[in-house]
Design a binder for this molecule. Structure first.
Ligand SMILES: [Zn+2]
Length: 232
């Protein structure tokens, strides 16, 4: 039952790692607030970048429309110049008025979009400065925090190496199954049998299962929660 031993060790390693991870992510207030500032800046940067991309895409569309409107206007103006008959002239002037109006109706929102882009770019530059400053402060303090928690950092390193070593002893299917279960069952994929019940879900185990467990020949799982079982 070497697999069971490995699975139990893996579970213990992950439990220990989780504890250390909790300690290392319990940031002191000054660090936590810097972390919040970095994340808030990142969120705003993402939102404003999206808005900027949208505005730029709209500018492309409107620019094309403006080019077309300009062409139409030029054509209308040329028509005015070449028309000599009074009746046609009035019509041509009306046509030119119309084309000028159309061009204005495109160029106005285009200008507004260009202003939007400028505003967004300025805001993004400020946010990026804020983010970089907060991140630098965070990194500096976090390095001190990690120095103060050097034991945990070292333990995490060793446990991570141990986890890899243990996982290498298992098949990829076993590793995948372990992590899938751990992910779905509060981090516990391998549990002890207590008073004839699975200590993961507290469901009583059937006699034959208990018998097989005592025999210790095969890997057994709880029929209710699917966790791997072992006897104390
Ligand atoms: Zn169970």
């Amino acid at each position: 039952m070497e697999t069971l031993t490995t699975l139990r060790e893996l579970q213990a390693t992950l439990d220990y790692l989780a504890t250390i991870q909790r300690e290392l992510s319990a940031l002191p207030p000054d660090l936590a607030s810097l972390d919040t500032r970095v994340k808030a800046a990142e969120k705003q940067i993402a939102e404003k970048t999206k808005a900027l991309d949208m505005a730029k895409a709209q500018i492309l569309v409107k620019s094309k429309e403006l080019t077309q409107a300009q062409k139409d206007e030029d054509r209308a103006r040329a028509a005015v110049k070449t028309t000599s008959q009074k009746v046609h002239y009035t019509a041509a002037i009306r046509e030119l008025d119309e084309k000028e109006r159309l061009k204005a109706s495109v160029s106005k929102p285009l200008k507004a979009l260009e202003t939007t882009v400028q505003t967004l770019e300025a805001a993004l530059a400020l946010l990026e400065t804020e983010r970089v400053a907060a991140q630098a402060q965070f990194d500096e303090l976090h390095a001190i925090f990690l120095e103060e928690h050097a034991n945990q950092v070292e333990a995490r390193k060793q446990l991570t190496a141990k986890r890899s070593k243990l996982e290498a002893k298992l098949t990829s299917a076993e590793v995948a199954r372990f992590h899938r279960l751990a992910g779905a069952r509060q981090g516990r994929a391998v549990v002890m049998v207590e008073n004839g019940a699975c200590s993961g879900c507290n469901v009583k185990l059937r006699g034959p299962i208990l018998f097989q467990l005592k025999e210790g020949k095969t890997l057994l799982t709880c029929e209710s929660c699917q966790r791997t079982l072992f006897l104390p």
